[in-house]
Design a protein around this ligand. Structure first.
Ligand code: ADP
Length: 397
């Protein structure tokens, strides 16, 4: 069985064709600059990279180009589109409308339109991608895999905000979380690695990338997560502020003459590591700037790791104990000094890193970086959100 996984953004579209027998991507790539001048497809298959520069006025053109590449004589990996058994789409937000992977139907797409406003930066783009695929492959089975599904098990006291309960019921304003496919994947792999059943473990998963979230996983189920109603909440991120007093936003909007919409765009795009450092949202740039003595880069990194540490501590309390901490995603997998700073001074809680095990260059393998006597195991596990989407899609169709 072969599953095509699609992750559509507003101007980009990432894809992987996964062979479910081997669970390996036999082709993958990205369409960039959809709807703006300078469209480009980068396609990797058969050990080579193929680049096509072509205007991509909309997502339908982008999908058509991807499908052409997949069946192309030299760049292709399948002889016809019939070899694609189903398509799995990544969707960021489901609201309370969907709590599990769902087959695409007209009715489901109607609900998707209704909940699009829950993740205005992400869901409308996913809808464009899904509609484009439906136009180009009308008879193909398609599944929606939601970033929020894994978090649907959070108890009410963890997912509710302390607002008027009637407003929650009416407007569905609550914590939904994000990165669920990643938290699910790495917590499952951690259990396998530790030769335990998921039900036997209390795990904290730290998905630290450009967007970051931390989850508490008890017995294989998510019981709390740092992102909120939208992916703006939680730890500070590349360009997002993370948690902030709402009254400070109103104050900033007034002082800077921003509308609420502009204020939210500011918090999503100009804050976080970028805003604090004034250097970059990229942790590699921040690390280099700090090494050169840039004080604001130092503050940004300290602010990030301190807030991650606070979530780890809070979730140890929420879980009532801890067996394992997992680091994953761009920063979590690649940056030893961040991992060390997040877990520094936590020996009293049974968390002890082995500095030499932690200090390695990412090789795509699982690494156990806790000291041999550490009560809590600390693992670095490369995430694979596409594989989760493919597995869920295959299981459903
Ligand atoms: P996204 O949320 O966009 O999926 P990623 O998980 O790819 O983000 O993480 C992007 C972040 O990971 C960047 O800040 C970057 O600094 C960091 N990163 C990615 N690759 C590396 C690497 N090889 N070495 C150090 N940092 C890396």
């Amino acid at each position: 069985m072969k599953i095509l996984v699609i992750n559509a953004g507003s101007s980009s579209l990432k894809y992987q064709l996964i062979n479910m027998q081997t669970e390996e991507a036999i082709a993958k790539g990205t369409c960039e600059r959809i709807g703006i001048a300078g469209g480009k497809l980068t396609h990797k298959a058969n050990g080579k990279e193929f680049v096509i520069e072509k205007e991509l006025p909309n997502h339908t053109e982008a999908i058509s180009l991807v499908l052409n590449e997949l069946v192309d004589k030299t760049a292709g990996v399948i002889s016809s589109m019939d070899e694609i058994d189903a398509v799995g789409h990544r969707v960021v937000a489901s609201g309370e409308a969907f709590t599990r992977t769902t087959l695409v139907t007209d009715e489901v797409m109607k609900t998707m339109d209704e909940i699009a406003e829950l993740a205005p930066l992400h869901n409308p783009a996913a809808i464009l991608g899904i509609n484009a695929c439906r136009a180009v492959m009308p008879n193909k089975k398609m599944a929606l895999v939601f970033d929020t599904s894994f978090h649907a098990t959070m108890p009410d006291y963890a997912h509710l905000y302390a607002i008027d309960y009637d407003d929650y019921k009416k407007y569905k304003v609550r914590r939904y979380g994000a990165h669920g496919t990643s938290h699910k994947f790495v917590s499952g792999v951690a259990a396998e690695y530790l030769h335990k059943k998921p039900e036997q473990l209390k795990i904290i998963t730290c998905h630290l990338g450009n967007g970051s979230s931390i989850s508490a996983v008890d017995g294989g189920k998510c019981v709390d997560t740092s992102m909120g109603f939208t992916p703006l909440a939680g730890v500070p991120m590349g360009t997002r502020s993370g948690d902030i007093d709402v009254a400070a936003i109103e104050f900033l909007c007034r002082k800077k003459g921003m509308s609420m919409e502009e204020g939210l765009s500011y918090l999503n795009k100009k804050c976080g590591m970028l805003g604090v450092s004034g250097v970059s949202s990229d942790f590699r740039d921040l690390t280099a700037a700090k090494a050169e003595g840039n004080e604001r880069a130092r503050i940004a990194l300290d602010l990030f790791t301190y807030n991650c540490k606070k979530y780890v501590g809070a979730y140890m309390a929420a879980l009532g104990g801890l067996d394992c901490i997992v680091f994953t995603a761009g920063v979590g997998e690649n940056t030893p000094h961040i991992r060390a700073a997040v877990l520094s001074g936590m020996e009293a809680f049974g968390i002890q890193l082995d500095a030499s095990k932690n200090d390695y260059k990412n090789d795509g393998a699982i690494h156990e970086i806790s000291a041999s006597g550490s009560k809590v195991k600390v693992l670095v596990i490369p995430t694979n959100e596409e594989l989760v989407i493919a597995r869920e899609t295959a299981a459903l169709v």
